[in-house]
Design a protein around this ligand. Structure first.
Ligand SMILES: [Zn+2]
Length: 75
């Protein structure tokens, strides 16, 4: 019987998802914030939540980045 490290699987899934998931507004590729479990659009300065390893690509569910986060992204 094999026991998988669930967090390792999640990370692998997220990395693969990054190749196919795009921002629903501007269609650009997203940046993964592994610590916050969010997918970030630098263009729109929005963070889409990842729930149970499934990215929620809904504008209504996204949160706006704080000014500090936006600055950190652009550097
Ligand atoms: Zn966008």
């Amino acid at each position: 019987m094999m026991i998988f490290e669930s967090s390792q699987i999640a990370t692998t899934m997220n990395k693969n998802l990054l190749d196919i998931v795009v921002c629903p507004i501007c269609k650009s590729h997203l940046r993964l914030d592994e610590a916050k479990h969010e997918l970030i659009c630098k263009v729109d300065k929005l963070a889409y939540p990842i729930r149970d390893d499934i990215p929620v690509m809904l504008v209504d569910e996204a949160r706006s980045l704080t000014p500090e986060e936006a600055i950190a992204l652009s550097s």
